[in-house]
Design a protein around this ligand. Structure first.
Ligand SMILES: Cc1ncc(C[n+]2csc(CCOP(=O)(O)OP(=O)(O)O)c2C)c(N)n1
Ligand SMILES: [Mg+2]
Length: 320
């Protein structure tokens, strides 16, 4: 699949995301990050696993829940955290907050506050790659709720019809805001909707990073070869609710507990895999845990220590 160093990097990245989410929750409670933050605890394997299958010159579009997508695409934790805190040292000079972080160098077009909006942008990029006769690919993440938007169906149709260089990656985390999927989706498997557009669709266990990688590699190869988009549906779970503003009470505790158990949790499962395959010793896993924790602590400190943008720069970067 990948060399051992890369396999270890994937573990470290997932662990960075997990630690980052809890650290951001704390910083939000302390008033250091404004606005609700959408955390992705439980969903680390999708963003991290898909991201490793892409090149720097491939693009991703994200959602409102994008921290694992950013880490997976290789963005630096320090610059992400500074951005989330609105600091001038962040990826977008403190203008993007936690949701819209973009980096042209790393091929991250950022998230989107309009549910499914970024898919339309992603298909536009996929079309431009196709028209340029390039083998570059744009992978767009979206949620299960987003798959009910008009934009989803329009984008699927257009991407399929024109065989654009896209991968459409649905993170089915069982909820759209407070509504459980069995009350908002007409199908059990979102991938079934691929048939309506004549493109490949696959459902995978989104908490198994190996399945995420295998499905994404296949879809990326398909798009690079000019064969058009694939719809990947990764079943996963949103452990911490919709956002830091969520009062909870609608996710059954037994459901949360079942998805948090080591046999279901993406990080615990991957740790067991690495040890079983003799890629890591248990001591090496501990060292990766420590490295990830240190990386996040350092990034939080960097964010806190960084200055806010100067008021004189207020009008910079404004498009009118
Ligand atoms: C077009 C649009 N409709 C509604 C909203 C409000 N809203 C924000 S996130 C969200 C739920 C999205 O659910 P899903 O796509 O499953 O993503 P998840 O939060 O589960 O990651 C809604 C309804 C919005 N931002 N944009
Ligand atoms: Mg959802």
């Amino acid at each position: 699949m990948f060399d051992h160093e890369t396999m270890k990097l994937l573990y470290r990245r997932m662990k960075v995301v997990r630690n980052l989410e809890y650290a951001l929750k704390e910083q939000h409670a302390a008033g250091k990050i404004r606005g609700p933050v959408h955390l992705c605890v439980g969903q680390e394997a999708t963003g991290v696993g898909a991201g490793i299958c892409l090149r720097d010159d491939d693009y991703i579009t994200s959602t409102h829940r994008g921290h694992a997508h950013f880490v997976g695409k290789g963005l630096e934790t320090r610059l992400m955290v500074a951005e989330m805190m609105g600091k001038s040292t962040g990826y977008c000079g403190g203008r993007a907050s936690h949701m819209l972080i973009a980096s042209k160098e790393k091929g991250c077009l950022g998230g989107c506050g309009i549910v499914c909006g970024a898919l339309g942008i992603g298909v536009g990029y996929g079309l431009s790659f196709k028209m340029d006769k390039s083998d570059r690919v744009c992978l767009s993440f979206l949620g299960d709720g987003a798959c009910n938007e008009g934009m989803f169906h329009e984008a699927m149709n257009m991407a399929a019809l024109w065989k654009t260089n896209n991968v459409i990656f649905a993170e089915h985390n069982m909820y759209g805001l407070t509504v459980r999927a069995d009350r908002h989706l007409s199908v059990e498997n979102i991938s079934d909707r691929a048939k309506a557009y004549g493109i490949p669709g696959v459902t995978i266990d989104g908490n198994d990073i190996i399945q995420v990688i295998e499905a994404t590699q296949e879809a990326v190869a398909h798009a690079r070869a000019g064969n058009g988009p694939t719809l990947i549906e990764a079943k996963t779970y949103r452990i911490l609710g919709f956002s830091t503003g969520d009062k909870g009470g609608y996710q059954a505790q037994e459901e949360v507990d079942a998805w948090s158990a080591p046999q279901r949790d993406a990080i615990a499962r991957y740790a067991s895999y690495l040890v079983e395959k003799k890629i890591c010793t248990p001591a090496e896993i501990d060292a990766l845990d420590k490295a990830a924790a240190d990386e996040v602590d350092d990034a939080i400190q960097f964010g806190l220590d960084s200055p806010y943008p100067d008021a004189s720069t207020l009008m910079e970067g404004i498009y009118a």
